[in-house]
Design a protein around this ligand. Structure first.
Ligand code: EPZ
Length: 428
């Protein structure tokens, strides 16, 4: 197993490229199951979760070629197995995204229940309830979802009790091949959901309400689609994480390949803290973003919520940043019941954090001191990296396979910004 060794206290400078979004790529990989023609995806990040999903699709019989590090060609015409096995699904919850497409295309499938993870129980009850409303017979047996729809899925009105990102994506893909029209009420409007809808619309599907919380999809009556080559949108969470790397070390850095409208909740919060951010964008709205040094860094309040609110996937990173801001910051997590696994590790580095239920109070500016810490989930581990950049001395961050799930070339990107970071092998 690897670990990261970071010597903190170095100011950052320079510029990096932001990769394609992991959370946009995963549903797009699943959507290849709806295509009768090979589906080419570009700007796909080279991270572990993508490799896991590709393995899952190959296990179903798809043939997938990596044209280069960030390009995949997905041909699902040879899919002959509709069982998504536990051994792969347990590694990555987003595997549940094959449920909607498999059921809609093959009218039956078995998908292992994904199980919980460090940040919460993460049930899929809303996915299943929605598919039942579309005519599916759903049984749970020995940890598997057995789903059947002998005559295909039929359009329905689906009302999600809570907003669910992959739930919205699963139902959008299920509705794509269904008979009749499906209306999803209380749908998510994250950029990743929007891109999924846009590619379906480009393939000729009639979709209304893209980017709103009410989406209507007229199904193709069972005909497979011809999905057009698409470039995955930039990763707004990766971009936010690097902005926090600049902010926590109060260093000017530049990010290329970001979309301004995807980042507003993050950039407005950074401006509130004391950072100015300059954009220069091309006519496709793809921008270069410059973070400028702050004169002083003020404490802030955050309540996580669905897009366009403050993203839960940035909560841990901003908690790390809060340790360097003057005053007491208050961070409230509303989406997941256990997304504070980073608190204990930040406290080991010297952070002054008190917890009360789903609210964390962080008092700064507190000097941090390098030590051994352990990653527990993807975004928590990025918070530990950020803290190590500003901590005095050396930090060793263990179990960084969590980081490798969602951050492409993390060390080389941070090293190019001037960080002293090495990937080393744990002693046997
Ligand atoms: C997606 O997870 C993201 N993953 C997560 O990013 C992100 O944190 C989350 O959305 C919220 O924005 C991908 O897109 C692959 P939800 P998802 O369904 O879809 C509850 C990362 O770090 N819920 O929107 O699984 C659920 O327990 C990852 O990149 C039900 O109760 O999240 C949670 O409390 C972490 N029943 C809330 O809803 C359901 O059927 C939101 O979950 C579904 C969800």
């Amino acid at each position: 197993m690897d670990y990261l060794q970071i010597v903190g206290g170095k100011p950052l400078h320079g510029e990096i490229n932001i990769s394609g979004a992991k959370n946009a790529s995963l549903p797009l990989l699943a959507m290849s199951l709806l295509s009768k023609t090979p589906f080419k995806l570009t700007n796909v990040p080279h991270v572990a979760d993508i490799n896991t999903f590709i393995k899952l699709l190959e296990n179903l019989g798809a043939s997938i070629s990596r044209l280069d590090k960030n390009e995949v060609l997905l041909d699902t015409s040879s899919v002959n197995n509709t069982k998504a096995v536990y051994d792969i699904v347990r590694k990555m919850r987003a595997s549940i995204l094959v449920l909607g497409p498999l059921l809609s295309r093959f009218h039956h499938c078995e998908v292992s229940l994904p199980g919980g993870c460090a940040i919460g129980a993460r049930p899929v009850d809303m996915h299943l309830k929605a598919l039942s409303a579309m005519g599916a017979e759903i049984d749970i047996k020995s940890g598997y979802i057995l789903a059947k729809a002998p005559h295909g899925l039929k359009g329905a009105v689906i009302v999600f009790d809570k907003k669910t990102v992959t739930g919205s994506e699963n139902i959008i893909m299920a509705a794509a091949l269904a008979h009749g029209k499906t209306k999803i009420v209380n749908a998510c409007k994250e950029p990743e959901v929007v891109q999924l809808c846009q590619i379906l619309s480009d393939a000729g599907l009639e979709i209304e309400g893209i980017g709103t919380d009410e989406i209507s999809i007229t199904g193709s009556e069972g005909s497979l689609l011809s999905l057009k080559e698409s470039a995955v949108i930039p990763d707004r969470i990766e971009a936010g994480t690097y902005l926090c790397a600049g902010a926590i070390t109060n260093s000017p850095i530049t990010l290329h390949n970001v979309i301004e409208s995807h980042m507003e909740a993050i950039t407005v919060k950074l401006q509130e803290i004391g950072f100015d951010i300059n954009y220069s964008c091309d006519d496709d709205r793809v921008c270069t973003m410059k973070l400028l040094k702050a004169k002083n860094m003020k404490a802030f309040n955050i309540t996580t919520s669905e897009f366009p609110g403050f993203p839960t996937d940035m909560q841990a990173q901003f908690m790390a940043l809060a340790t360097q801001c003057e005053g007491t910051s208050v961070i409230r997590e509303t989406l997941f019941e256990n997304r504070f696994m980073h608190v204990n590790e930040l406290q080991r580095l010297g952070a002054n954090i008190s917890m009360n239920g789903n609210v964390a109070q962080v008092t700064g500016k507190t000097p941090l001191f390098g030590t051994d810490v352990m990653a527990t989930d993807l975004r928590a581990s990025s918070a530990l990296v950020l803290s190590a950049l500003v901590a005095k001395g050396t930090s060793d961050i263990h179990r960084i396979y969590h980081l490798d799930r969602g951050y492409e070339d993390l060390e080389s990107k941070l090293r190019s910004l001037g960080a002293d970071i090495k990937r080393l092998k744990e002693q046997a």
